[in-house]
Design a protein. Structure first.
Length: 335
């Protein structure tokens, strides 16, 4: 066991004190924790310190707070243990600081259906509780996010283009628009600190080409050295080309031996003015002037596909048209 002494101990305490800024925002602004409410923090072994800080402040707020430590998942989209999934359904508030995303799981979907307020803190670092996207005024950006989501919900055909070569169409008729602005009511989940509006296309309708030139914040890929080109036909990715990073993505998707791993599951746009492109998922996906395409599972977004994984590929300078009307013009939301 490592002993922490002297200056190192002072640093640890100062770091945790700095982390309280973001922790207070999560508990007071994002989930609105109340005395007597049940709070479940699901953290894996790599995020235990973040979990402890969240629980400590929740106890000060008078919540009945529990910290559950799980074994890190082996991939994004893998379900948490059954006992944890059951506990999530019986909690007023669920916070999930985990290394690999459990956002796109039945556990999150069923906990929301049971009335929980959920925030997912995937790949969160201690520094992300101090600065970056967490500093955004979530209430101020809420109407913009909801406006874009409403445009998705009311639309039928989406056309996404970028200067790098993305040219993708999809049918979203009848699909809900999801507004994730880091503040939740009962029955809702959001990721944090990304602020994004997204929609899941009708299965089998996406066609065209995706050129990711910003980030793939999964599988150790992160910021892109060169573009990754993904061709799409009838809702599925049919080829992935590029350099070393493209090979990592393609080989992982192939390793699941499941066609649904190649499903085009989501179109999302970043709307957080404080997020920075750093190679970490929930910072990258909130960056203004970016869009992302989700691959794999879509069940928590309004789709019906459950795949072994869910990854997002990000691109700069998107233009998004809904039924011929420009909704996103690079760094501007026209709603």
């Amino acid at each position: 066991m490592r002993t922490i002494q002297g200056k190192e101990l002072v640093y640890v305490r100062m770091k945790e004190a700095q982390m309280l800024k973001g922790t207070k925002k999560i508990l007071d602004t994002c989930v609105g924790i109340k005395p007597g409410e049940s709070l479940l923090v699901v953290a894996d072994m790599n995020k235990e310190t973040i979990g402890q800080v969240l629980v400590s402040l929740a106890l000060e707020r008078g919540a009945e707070a529990t910290l559950a430590i799980i074994t890190p998942r082996t991939r994004a989209g893998q379900e948490p243990p059954k006992a944890i999934a059951e506990a999530m359904k019986h909690s007023d508030v669920v916070l999930c600081p985990v290394s690999y995303s459990i956002t796109h799981t039945y556990a999150v979907k069923e906990a929301a259906a049971s009335g929980a307020r959920l925030l997912v803190l995937t790949d969160f670092t201690e520094d992300m509780l101090i600065s970056g996207g967490i500093e955004a005024d979530f209430a101020a950006v809420k109407p913009i996010c909801k406006g874009v989501a409403a445009a998705f919900a009311a639309g039928q055909r989406v056309h996404l283009t970028t200067p790098a070569g993305t040219d993708l169409t999809m049918d979203i008729t009848g699909r809900r628009g999801n507004a994730l602005y880091c503040m939740v009511e009962p029955g809702e989940f959001s990721t944090i600190p990304t602020v994004e509006a997204n929609v899941s296309p009708i299965e089998g309708t996406a066609n065209g080409r995706i050129v990711a030139d910003a980030s793939v914040p999964y599988l150790g890929i992160g910021l892109l050295d060169e573009p990754i080109v993904l061709d799409v036909r009838d809702g599925f990715i049919t080829s992935i080309t590029g350099g070393r990073q493209a090979d990592i993505l393609r080989q992982d998707l192939e390793s699941h031996n499941d066609k649904n791993s190649f499903n085009v599951a989501e179109l999302g746009v970043g709307l957080n003015p404080k997020c920075k492109m750093i190679g970490i998922m929930l910072e990258d996906e909130g960056v203004i002037n970016t869009a992302h395409i989700g691959i794999g599972t879509s069940i928590t977004l309004g789709g019906v596909t459950k795949a072994p994984c869910h990854y997002d590929v990000l691109m700069w300078n998107p233009r998004v048209e809904v039924d011929g009307k420009l909704v996103i013009d690079r760094d501007k939301a026209l709603v």
